[in-house]
Design a protein around this ligand. Structure first.
Ligand code: RIB
Length: 287
């Protein structure tokens, strides 16, 4: 079975679903409130587990009640949490999320304990792949890049300056179009694969500026786009490590990301492998 280490954030998502997102300075009322386990690292770890791989998550939470709530679905989903450290006197990360009826969202994160995931806390086990993102200290990501031997995937979200060694080490970089614009020419330091997502418009997988594959996600009824990028990242890394061709891997990852938009919340929306394969089959039969 494919084995994956995820290094990243754990958040409790506090979500308000409203008719539309507010403009700066505007108040939108009439929303419904919900709480879901989230955090890009945790979402990617659970996505990997639901796709059928072995996964452990290296992360930090607080010792507060929010930690239990944030870790509940990871526990239920079989993610190995032995490397998830509970840190005293610091709150578990919280994300304040507004979701519009169209499925679009806005997210503000209070990282809390995620800031405590220092390189010294990391004991990275051997695995086929390591996946990380940028909601934890960037020094920790640079340390992971230098101290892991397998397939190294970094999702450059949210966009922040990272050491060039991270880009040089990456076998796979995942960015959305906003992040791609933010990083600009600095992405040229990566000689591995770069997947750039454009929402419903599709995704391109490139290496050294040359297209390896392009595809569009299957059409679905969008409820909430939260964690679609996390699901895409996890699925693409897993599929490539399994040895799928760039084209098959990209189709698989796009279908996984699309499936995650059909349900509310971050972790409740992450699809199983069977659900992804069914969506791919339906899309193929629709032509
Ligand atoms: O990528 C989605 C995630 O971003 C949410 O679950 C939220 O916690 C933020 O980290």
């Amino acid at each position: 079975m494919t084995s994956v280490v995820v290094i990243g954030s754990v958040n409790l998502d506090i979500v308000a679903v409203a008719d539309r997102l507010p403009a700066p300075g505007e108040t939108v009322t009439g929303a419904d409130l919900a709480r879901y386990p989230g955090g890009k690292g945790a979402n990617q770890a659970l996505a990997v587990a639901r796709l059928g791989a072995d996964v452990c998550l290296l992360a930090c939470v607080g010792t507060d009640a929010a930690a239990d709530e944030a870790l509940a679905l990871l526990r239920a989903g079989g993610v190995d949490l032995a490397g998830c450290v509970a840190v005293d006197e610091i709150a578990t990360g919280v994300a304040l999320i507004s979701v519009a009826k169209s499925g679009e969202n806005q997210i503000v994160v209070a990282p809390g304990a995620n800031r405590a995931l220092s390189p010294e806390r990391l004991v990275i086990p051997a695995a086929d792949a390591l996946i990380c993102q940028l909601e934890v200290p960037v020094e920790t990501i640079a340390h992971a890049a230098a101290n892991f031997d397998g397939f190294f995937c970094v999702n450059l979200a949210p966009a922040r300056h990272v050491d060039v060694t991270v880009l040089q080490r990456a076998d796979l970089v995942v960015v959305n179009e906003t992040e791609a614009a933010w990083y600009g020419d600095s992405l040229a330091a990566c000689h591995g694969m770069i997947a750039t997502t454009f929402g419903a418009a599709g995704v391109v997988l490139q290496k050294n500026g040359v297209d390896l594959a392009r595809t569009k996600p299957p059409r679905v009824q969008v409820v909430d786009t939260t964690a679609a990028g996390d699901t895409f990242t996890a699925a693409l890394a897993v599929a490539l490590v399994e040895g799928q061709s760039p084209e098959d891997a990209l189709n698989f990852a796009c279908a996984a990301g699309a499936a995650a938009t059909t349900k509310a919340g971050a972790q409740p929306s992450l699809p199983t492998r069977a659900e992804v394969l069914q969506l791919l089959q339906e899309a193929a039969s629709e032509g």
